[in-house]
Design a protein around this ligand. Structure first.
Ligand SMILES: Nc1ncnc2c1ncn2[C@@H]1O[C@H](COP(=O)(O)OP(=O)(O)OP(=O)(O)O)[C@@H](O)[C@H]1O
Length: 687
């Protein structure tokens, strides 16, 4: 086992190098998770920004500051009052014990009144500061969450939800501690220590000089330990953030975790960050991996060493000072009462300095968190385009103004669009893609997996900016249109519809921003989406809670609710990412009928996987290798486009198997063939 001292030093050294990490060996060994974590940048910690958050609380902060000075002031003068009582004991001018007791009674009554006033003042101050802390952290969380929600989608590609949840949770709590506890404690104790020191000089400059020298030496010797504690706290928070990233991911995908019987794997992933103490013999954590247990272990050792040293050395030195004090009393340079008062002040200084050190380490810890929180608070999303910085020349000539036409026709055009995802700058995803989508038509995007079909859907919603070329709606470039306006005219039904843990009705109204939606409108949209039937069968109807992410609904039900949700927005453009996952025949039929109704009178762009959808489209766009290879109607493409033929052949395999095995012939005759049957389509395709 390695020497514990080496380990603490190594840990401190690692932390130091982390800030300016240029160590090649270390760089090669950092895991991909740590790289992801490193991607969550951090601003410089800033006390100013922290105070700015408390700006609205200024009047109460000032009031609590006054209370603080008052209550601590009266606490400090109490020893001076009590000193009078001590001196009365040995005062030769007071002749009887009764007279002595009368004077002592007067003095001690005043001392008690002053003490109670101080305690009450302290109680009110602490309460106000606690509430201020709560107000600031609640405001911070609201603002931070709003900022996170405003970030562009590319930001969320790079930052895991667990990390962001950890910023909102643990980091803001640390800031709260700084504001409501550590900073006030730091100020109170520092002022207290300084005032006590002043009073000590007032009582005896000689004795105070000796005491001050001792305090300075103790403080200087303990400072490095405080720094190590701050670094360890930062490491603790960082690793805890990584652990929370794993747990949030796993808890959010519990069906997948349990479905693959991967509970143990997930436990292991989490334990690797937390460090299960039962797996660590003799308590001493190994150097790698970095765990919260390891950081906490060394933090505990450093903290107890720190406090033992500060208090031990402080009280040891107190006796030395007292010793010298007795000498000064004998020399007649101080009275006994003054020495007792001095003694109280020196204890106050000792305690206060200990608390100051503790508060400083907490402030450092909070400062680390503040860097991460303020990075998110200050981050300007790249969509919509941020305004030029006020200091730049551009800002004088260029203002970012967007237009908001009265209505949307729904003519969409992609002109020579080149695109790669910001998180993968080397991989081109759309290569010179041009496409005209007339209003009120249905366009099916088909092509090999990874060709870039869903990417087009994302770009139309302006989740990402194109690298070259442009996308227009009714002739207006997307970046010239007001983003809210654009998105409010687009309905989107995803492959795996995302519902929220609300009621069905609230889910349906999710994209509706007007107040006066009637129950009739909701039901009409549900009927069009073939959702009304199953919703009205539930005892609580439209007020039924759907569970987190809609877990209480079947796949087909979720899709139909998602279609109703899109319909309620009265969107002009409807984007459909057709589900690849198999629904049962009945469900699929109902979803298809819902889609058929939804597409009428809208511009529809569908990433199509079903033959029936493809065949019904006004135009089919065949994509391959990140390019558009052909555009046309089903029959035209079938005749001339080999990629399309391949695609159709592959998509039809399952149906063909069914036909070849003769199962088709076993099916009862359909009453009337309306041309929708895929079996029939295959027959005609092969003809
Ligand atoms: N958020 C993302 N960040 C980085 N790369 C991405 C992202 N989303 C998709 N890609 C990559 O972009 C390429 C195109 O993906 P896209 O989802 O557009 O394909 P697709 O044609 O819709 O495929 P499929 O039919 O399989 O859904 C793929 O190589 C994919 O790995």
């Amino acid at each position: 086992m390695m020497d514990p001292k080496d380990d603490i030093e190594a840990l401190a050294a690692t932390n130091t190098t982390n800030d300016t990490n240029n160590n090649a060996d270390e760089a090669t060994t950092i895991s991909s998770e740590e790289k992801t974590e490193a991607a969550l940048k951090s601003d410089k910690p800033s006390l100013g920004k922290l105070f700015a958050l408390a700006q609205p609380e200024m009047p109460m902060l000032i009031f609590s500051g006054i209370l603080m000075v008052g209550s601590e002031g009266v606490n400090l003068i109490t020893p001076l009052i009590v000193a009078d009582a001590y001196d009365t004991l040995v005062d030769p001018t007071v002749l009887t014990d009764d007279a002595r007791m009368t004077k002592i009674n007067e003095v001690m009554t005043i001392a008690i009144i002053v003490t109670v006033a101080g305690i009450l003042g302290g109680f009110i101050r602490a309460t106000i500061q606690g509430v201020i802390g709560e107000r600031v952290v609640a405001r911070l969380r609201c603002q931070l969450y709003a900022h996170i929600l405003k970030q562009e989608i590319a930001f969320f590609d790079e930052h895991k939800s667990g990390e962001l949840v950890s910023r909102l949770g643990s980091d803001t709590t640390l800031l709260q501690t700084v504001i409501s506890q550590s900073l006030p404690d730091f100020l109170v104790q520092l002022i207290k220590a300084m005032a006590s020191m002043g009073l000590m000089f007032f009582l005896s400059a000689k004795l105070a000089g000796v005491a001050l020298a001792g305090v300075i030496v103790i403080f200087l010797l303990s400072a490095p330990m405080g720094k190590i504690m701050a670094r360890l706290s930062k490491e603790y928070q960082d690793v805890l953030g990584q652990a929370q990233t794993h747990s949030t991911e796993a808890i959010g995908s519990m069906r997948t975790v349990q479905g693959f019987a991967a509970e143990e794997k997930e436990s292991k992933r989490y334990n690797e960050k937390i460090g299960n103490p039962d797996d660590i013999p003799l308590w001493w954590p190994p150097r790698e991996p970095k765990t919260t247990y390891r950081a906490g272990f060394f933090k505990s050792i450093t903290a107890s060493a720190f406090f033992t040293f500060v208090f031990g050395a402080g009280f040891g030195f107190l006796n030395v000072t007292l010793w010298y004090g007795f000498y000064l009393v004998i020399q007649g340079e101080m009275t006994l009462g003054e020495l007792t008062a001095f003694n109280s002040f020196i204890i106050t200084v000792g305690f206060s300095m200990g608390q100051v050190a503790n508060a400083i380490s907490k402030v450092f810890e909070g400062m680390g968190a503040s860097g991460r929180v303020f990075y998110l608070m200050d981050r300007v999303p790249t969509i919509p385009k941020p305004p030029p910085p006020p200091s730049s020349a551009e800002s004088k000539t260029k203002t970012i103004e967007t237009i908001q036409p009265e209505s949307m026709q729904g003519n969409v055009e992609l002109q020579n669009v080149v695109f790669h995802y910001p998180s993968r700058p080397d991989q081109i995803v759309l290569n010179d893609v041009s496409l005209k989508i007339p209003a009120n038509s249905t366009t099916a995007l088909v092509g090999s997996s990874g060709a870039g079909k869903s990417t087009i859907v994302s770009l139309l919603q302006r989740f990402y900016e194109v690298d070259q070329g442009r996308i227009t709606v009714d002739g207006h470039s997307l970046d010239s249109l007001n983003l809210q306006w654009l998105r409010s005219h687009i309905g989107y039904v995803q492959q795996e519809p995302q519902l929220f843990g609300l009621t069905v009705k609230e889910n349906m109204l999710y994209g509706v921003h007007r107040e006066n939606v009637t129950q009739e409108e909701i039901e009409q949209a549900s009927k069009d989406a073939h959702a009304h039937e199953f919703i009205q069968d539930w005892p609580e109807g439209y007020d039924t809670l759907v569970g987190e992410r809609g877990v209480k609904l079947s796949g087909g039900q979720k899709q139909r609710v998602a279609i109703a949700r899109a319909l309620l927005t009265n969107c002009r453009i409807l984007l459909l990412d057709e589900a690849t996952s198999a629904l049962d025949a009945e469900s699929e039929h109902l979803v298809q009928q819902a889609i058929d109704k939804a597409v009428v009178g809208r511009t529809v762009i569908v990433v199509a996987h079903r033959l029936s959808t493809i065949r019904q489209a006004d135009q089919i766009v065949v994509m391959h290798n990140h390019k558009v290879v052909d555009v046309g109607k089903h029959d035209e493409l079938l005749a001339r486009c080999t990629r399309y033929q391949d695609l159709i052949r592959r998509q039809s395999t399952m149906i063909r198997d069914v036909s070849m095995n003769g199962l088709a012939s076993m099916l009862p005759d359909m009453p009337e063939d309306n041309g929708d049957s895929e079996v029939q389509f295959l027959d005609s395709a092969s003809a």
